[in-house]
Write a protein that binds this ligand. Structure first.
Ligand code: AMP
Ligand code: ZN
Length: 430
């Protein structure tokens, strides 16, 4: 039933393992240039319980960039076998190095996730995620092989070839980012392929970018599969950090491998149980490049209580967005996911949308460009106008300001390779 003994740990077991691993992580981290000074005031004996992690300094994205390319390494160069560079949208990227042991423990964690949702040897697993520097490619790939699946490294895009592979090799499980999954479902429909009868896929890992429950349902319904949310970030290896079990009620974060805190990003104090804050993570298994109290900028909360599956590893709720994604318009804070939630609950809405922030010379405003499914994008102007008004009203109810809404034809908005870019800020800066 379990891939790994750690899945059966009680809270007490988890905390015991965490404490021992935290102490050794601190000692290892001291060997890096970044942590040598930072940790000079702390000794492992100061860490008597897991709460003492709060005595350690935070590590930020800027620290990683400032130490680029190799300021966090704790062992000699020749001990490393892999390097990923994170998709930094601004400034220096961040480099993440892995030793062979690091790759092995990462693959184990990933295999644990996939096993949890019923993927087994005998499954054919198509990894429809970008390969290369993006950790979603090789990270999931090695997990699938570790689990014993026949693994097809199909990569992202090239939809016709994806479909052919699925048909020829009876693919039963896939990994796909949510924005591509929506597009893929539409592409099947266009080709007259009904995934429920013509394909063999039953389960998908979806993640790598924020998405709503409405989007998950849309993916599940249109592909006739179960889709499980997968969370990870390059700084913490990549995918395999937290993952949903069969109950689809939050993502179990593997606490034998990470210490997770949720803090108020302003006061830096822990939030109250169940409140939303910034995820802060400490690696416990990483040998070559341990990271202590990393401020992820991801906003989330722990789901209180324990899961019906019995696993005691705490559950992260759906990622609400990144602190960096928050838009401020007319003094109102708005997250892209609030908009997605409204749009994806509407059957007429297609697979893509774009939020534009603009200024007409006097005031800022928001324009939401929404793709409408072919069968609804008809010549009947009255019906389209009514739909446009309906979307506008629902958005206003959610975000408290009235955006302009522009309906566009399916597949007319720019599609990004890899993670979707949902917001464009066109406001001129004075
Ligand atoms: P990268 O390290 O460049 O692959 O990006 C990692 C970031 O992707 C995370 O910090 C999150 O902001 C985002 N991300 C990854 N998985 C998810 C998920 N399941 N839901 C929402 N956001 C995610
Ligand atoms: Zn569970």
């Amino acid at each position: 039933m379990y891939f790994d003994k750690a899945e059966t740990y009680s809270r007490e077991d988890i905390e015991k393992v965490q404490l021992v691993r935290l102490q050794s992580t601190i000692e290892r981290a001291r060997n890096s240039r970044l942590y040598r000074d930072r940790l000079s005031g702390v000794s492992a004996s100061d860490i008597r319980s897991i709460d003492d992690v709060r005595r350690l300094p935070f590590t930020t994205k800027d620290d990683l960039r400032g130490s680029y390319p190799d300021g966090l390494l704790t062992v000699p160069h020749e001990d490393f076998v892999r390097l990923h560079v994170s998709s930094g949208t601004t400034g220096n990227p961040t480099a993440v190095y892995y030793t062979q042991n690091d790759l092995n423990s990462w693959a184990d964690l990933m295999a644990r996730c996939m096993h949890m949702i019923g993927i087994r040897p005998g499954d054919t697993f198509q990894n429809m995620s970008g390969y290369g520097l993006f950790t979603g490619g090789l990270g999931v790939h090695y997990g699938a092989e570790r689990l014993g699946c026949l693994t097809i490294p199909s990569g992202a895009g090239n939809t016709s070839r994806q479909i052919k592979l699925m048909q020829d090799f009876r693919t039963s499980a896939i990994h796909i980012i949510p924005s591509y999954a929506l597009y893929f479902a539409e592409a099947l429909e266009k080709r007259g392929i009904d995934p429920k009868t013509d394909l063999n896929v039953r389960v998908a890992l979806i993640g790598a970018e924020p998405h709503t429950e409405e989007t998950r349902r849309k993916i599940e319904d249109s592909l006739g599969i179960k889709a499980y949310n997968s969370y990870g970030l390059s700084e913490m290896n990549g995918p395999g950090v937290a993952f949903e079990c069969e109950h689809q009620d939050g993502m179990h974060v593997w606490e034998d491998a990470y210490i997770v805190e949720i803090i108020n990003p302003e006061t830096l104090e822990p939030v109250k149980e169940g409140e939303v804050g910034e995820i802060v993570m400490t690696t416990l298994l990483r040998e070559g490049m341990p990271i202590i109290r990393y401020r992820t900028r991801d906003l989330c909360r722990f789901i209180p209580g324990t899961c019906a599956c019995g696993r005691q590893h705490r559950r992260l709720d759906r990622i609400k967005g990144r602190a960096d994604d928050m838009m401020i318009l007319k003094g109102v804070n708005i997250y892209p996911m609030q908009i997605e939630q409204v749009l994806m609950a509407m059957p007429e809405v297609g697979q893509n949308y774009l939020i534009e922030l603009d200024n007409d010379g006097h005031i800022d405003y928001m324009r939401v460009r929404v793709e409408v499914k072919g069968e609804f994008f008809i010549e009947d102007m009255r019906a389209l106008n009514a739909l446009q008004k309906r979307i506008q009203t629902s958005l206003r109810n959610e975000i408290l300001i009235t955006p302009k809404v522009e309906l566009v034809e399916a597949n007319s908005l720019p599609k990004s390779e890899g993670k979707a870019k949902r917001v464009q800020d066109l406001r001129s800066v004075y």
